[in-house]
Design a binder for this molecule. Structure first.
Ligand code: BDR
Ligand code: CA
Length: 368
């Protein structure tokens, strides 16, 4: 099994990252930590506790509280327009957390759990702001050579990196989601993101799911039916799930679909960003979801495993970034010569397999 620490800010899509990390048969989920982001820290922590309870893992998987604000800046406002006031709006079926979070702070717990694993085996998966992970490597730089990798959902490449629908700004294809240039997780703590990408000891160990990839994995009506009814369930029109868990998860997806349609005009279904970062950490395992590290359009052969140098724009305020005056929070990725130790940024993945794996995880959670 792959040892994984999940750092998250639930969040509708973070909920599915938790499900995947907690119920994938190849994952040994060491612990979960929370960070501010989609909602303030108290709410993302409450949501994580509720989700662990809903999927039957509250006794097994420790929950630790992380940062309430970015490394250097005042906090960005939460993503209420996408995730609602609670950070997880859209369902009444979420249980109360059956267990309180641990008193041990996130960074302390991460260090202990990661160091207890053999060198070069454990992954950190980050699906919120990169603040906790930034703090971790500031306080314990030696961990960078100890972990196998960091897989994060964050950033956006743009300029035709993939054909994913990402909307337009002033008639031009947009790059970011929260500003014309920046993706939310990187935007809300650009210094933390920048420190991670420029960490020499993490060279060759970072994998990234940018919007260009996550916007290919849309929770369409068909996907919602699959998750609601199970693989061999009959299609239903009344919105009732085969189980309470299924119904709750699909209600979350339905809310997420509506906010994506209203805010970004994406009507085919909301992109399920965060669980892809979990899947990417597992992509080397025998039954991992395949990711494609090449541009199918450029040449079929040879299929170079592209690697990138990534920098983050950190100059400027978030207010100026919001109006498009500065590019604060933008991730700039330059392709490196073949064979270089750079950042892995796949251009595609096996979407059908991804949804099947998510569905199997729900089945496992329901069987507990
Ligand atoms: C990221 O921002 C959050 O709203 C989502 O949970 C995801 O982690 C997408 O930009
Ligand atoms: Ca998130």
């Amino acid at each position: 099994k792959v040892p994984v620490w999940l750092d998250c800010d639930p969040g509708h899509d973070d909920a599915f990252a938790l499900l995947l990390a907690a119920h994938h048969p190849r994952v040994n989920l060491l612990g979960v930590s929370t960070v501010f982001g989609n909602a303030p820290l108290s709410k993302t922590t409450l949501n994580a506790g509720a989700l662990l309870t809903a999927i039957g893992k509250h006794d097994e998987i420790p929950l630790h509280v992380g940062a309430a604000k970015p490394l250097e800046r005042p906090a960005h406002h939460p993503a209420t327009e996408i995730h609602g006031e609670s950070g997880l709006d859209g369902t009444e079926l979420l249980p109360k957390p059956a267990r309180a979070p641990s008193d041990v702070p996130a960074v302390e717990a991460m260090v202990k759990a990661l160091k207890a694993q053999p060198p070069n085996t454990a992954w950190i998966v980050a699906t919120g702001s990169l603040t906790n992970v930034g703090q971790l490597f500031r306080a314990h730089p030696e961990l960078a050579s100890h972990v196998k990798g960091v897989s994060l959902m964050g950033g956006s490449i743009g300029n035709g990196f993939t054909d994913a629908p990402m909307g337009e700004v002033d008639g031009k294809p947009r790059i970011g989601n929260y500003t014309p240039w920046a993706e939310f997780n990187v935007l809300i703590d650009p210094e933390a993101a920048s420190e991670i990408f420029s960490n020499e000891a993490l060279k060759g160990k970072i994998s990234v799911v940018p919007l260009d990839l996550s916007h290919q994995v849309l929770a369409t009506d068909d996907v919602r039916q699959l998750l609601l009814c199970g693989r061999d369930g009959t299609k239903r029109d009344d919105g009732k799930g085969k189980t309470v868990l299924r119904q709750m998860l699909v209600e979350l997806l339905y809310f997420f679909a509506q906010t994506y349609a209203t805010t970004f005009g994406i009507t085919a279904g909301p992109p399920l960003h965060d669980p892809l970062a979990v899947a990417l950490a597992l992509s080397g395992t025998p039954d991992g979801i395949p990711f494609y590290d090449w541009d199918e359009k450029k040449s079929a052969h040879p299929r170079h495993e592209e690697r990138f140098g990534v920098t983050v724009v950190t100059e400027g305020t978030l207010e100026d970034a919001a109006s498009g005056k500065t590019q604060t929070g933008r991730t700039v990725a330059k392709v490196l010569p073949p064979g270089s130790a750079g950042v892995r940024i796949p251009r595609g993945c096996d979407t059908q397999k991804f949804w099947d794996v998510i569905e199997e995880c729900i089945e496992r959670a329901d069987a507990l």
